[in-house]
Design a protein around this ligand. Sequence first.
Ligand code: C5P
Length: 224
Amino acid sequence: MSSTESIPVITVDGPSGSGKGTVALAVARELGWNFLDSGALYRVVGLLSLRNPGVSPADLSQSLDLHFKKAPDGTPQVWLGTEDVSLSIRSEAVSQAASRVAADPAVRAALVQAQRDFRQPPGLVADGRDMGTVIFADAQLKIFLTASVEERARRRHKQLIEKGQSANLDDLLRDIGDRDRRDRERSAAPLRAADDALVIDSTAVDVSSVVQQILSLRERIATG
Ligand code: C5P
């Protein structure tokens, strides 16, 4: 066993807007564990590819000067060099660019180690698409969180309006549908539940009860 294999990992995978980011962060906070938002890495490569259309995304992903920090209120921030990109990586244009670059096996390969480096004591909660299938295939607890596409578009719409950004529900439904298709149909690490993942449908369930369900599963595993 390598030095990190004994460090527990909970993976939370699923499509965009399933609530996995909120759920995974809440579980990490409750347990006092580290948190990996793997989508942020693909989003940063997506942002860079929009800014540097002449450079291949694979080259852009080789030496990312990326740092995760915390705002004074504990909100996770993403920094690229000296630039806080936390907001710019959440735009719809970057979301689409991220899912395009994420289909490139060379980009995915370049980001593997950076993601595994997050496995630090006392444990890690990892949020993404291939956390349970590829990056942390040996995780002790794997969750696959889904919700209907309509519910996911509605949540995204609410989020954008709350942030003061403009949003159109029909456009979001189409964009989320497009991204889902690209994420599920790509050949490199497609979005799917690991065979040993527990699938939770959050369409009609609130975040806090999903968090409680995951914490009690974790408790059961920890106490054997
Ligand atoms: O999770 P988030 O919506 O921030 O991810 C942005 C995009 O990055 C996704 O649409 C997906 O294409 C890609 N992604 C991925 N593998 C991950 C995390 C995200 O392919 N582990």
